[in-house]
Design a binder for this molecule. Structure first.
Ligand code: SF4
Ligand code: SF4
Length: 339
């Protein structure tokens, strides 16, 4: 497996990373096997987060005895020093290690959150202590806010930035990626497959591989997925003219009004499954009508109809989607197409 230098961390990471969200859904033994398969195939960058329930502990079990082969990245979502230090200790314990290669502040997407991190007794003090003691070796940040990422990258605090990048979510290309390069901040591509929106994983990965210093970090659930991904990475992955045309076709079809399934809009006071409702068109395209009956989808639709238009979800959506309007449109679409 080819490796790539992750910015000023100087870490040599595999050309593709492992995202630790999906292994939460597996039985523990299966999760451990998937992680080990990734290591066997040469994937050395494992990225998880304190917030991903069982993910850290499962990775910890999988890497036992192979710690030196692995570059471990994890995250804390808290902004204060005390809880951040507690999270770090928990991460170390769960990952069965005495150091984290890359510790990241998780989803810093508002000015208020960033200010709290940098303020007195903020999480940055925890990070500085942990860097000094060697419990963490490098510090990074993840974000969904382009404006804030543009501020954090040149701040000098962070050695990596993790931000969504795929061929339908490519806002990072104009300023953020060049800025990260200018400051030698390693760029980790979050949501390389657009959070499941893109059916054609090969096309999405090939598009990302053209950026030689970007580390795509797809969530992996099955050994077969990582095997396929490694085949793509080992090439040839240059896009053909037909594939470029297909990318343009998908971009035009998806437009800009689409949900990235990040779930930051939740919870809804009415219990509406916003993410599912926002992406229902892709299910309608893929499944026959009886699938919706078998899965009792009418309940999801009926709950969606109880929206009280409070707007809380829209305040939280990092992509500023008109969720209320789109929910209403998708209810009508569902009723036309499925009922
Ligand atoms: S606007 Fe509707 S969907 Fe959004 S949080 Fe309020 S009730 Fe839920
Ligand atoms: S509506 Fe917005 S916040 Fe909710 S899942 Fe979609 S992109 Fe994320």
């Amino acid at each position: 497996m080819q490796t790539v230098r992750l910015g000023k961390t100087e870490l040599q990471v595999s050309r593709i990373g492992f995202g630790g969200i999906p292994i939460q859904r597996l039985a523990e033994g299966d999760a451990v096997k998937v992680v080990r398969r990734c290591l066997d195939l040469g994937v050395n960058f494992l990225d998880t987060a304190n917030a991903y329930t069982t993910s850290e502990a499962r990775i910890g079990k999988a890497i036992a005895g192979r710690r030196e082969q692995v570059i471990l990245a994890t995250k804390t979502g808290v902004k204060d020093k005390k809880t951040a230090l507690e999270h770090l200790e928990l991460s170390l314990k769960q990952l069965q290690t005495d150091y984290i290669d890359l510790w990241q502040f998780h989803n810093v997407s508002t000015e208020a959150a960033y200010e709290q991190i940098l303020g007195p007794d903020g999480a940055m003090e925890a990070a500085q202590e942990a860097l000094q003691s060697g419990k963490i070796r490098h510090l990074g940040v993840s974000s969904h806010s382009l404006d804030l990422a543009l501020k954090m990258v040149p701040s000098g605090y962070f050695e990596t930035v993790q931000f969504p990048l795929n061929f339908v979510t490519d806002e990072a290309l104009s300023e953020l990626l060049p800025l990260a390069r200018q400051h030698d901040v390693g760029f980790i591509a979050m949501k390389p497959l657009a959070g499941g929106l893109l059916d054609n994983a090969a096309l999405a990965l090939k598009w990302l591989l053209q950026f030689e210093d970007v580390l795509p970090d797809p969530g992996i659930e099955q050994a077969a997925e990582i095997e396929e991904i490694v085949r793509i990475v080992e090439g040839p992955w240059e896009l053909s003219a037909a594939e470029r045309q297909e990318i343009e076709r998908i971009r035009a079809e998806v437009g800009t009004r689409f949900c990235r399934r990040c779930q930051y809009c939740l919870p809804c006071p009415q219990g509406i499954n916003i993410t599912l409702m926002m992406t229902v068109r892709s299910f309608i395209k893929r499944f026959a009508a009886n699938w919706f009956q078998e899965n009792d989808f009418s309940k999801v639709i009926e709950t969606a109809k109880t929206c009280i238009h409070c707007g809380q979800c829209e305040d939280r959506c990092p992509y500023h989607l008109p969720i209320r309007e789109m929910l209403a449109e998708n209810i009508v679409y569902y009723e036309q197409m499925v009922l």
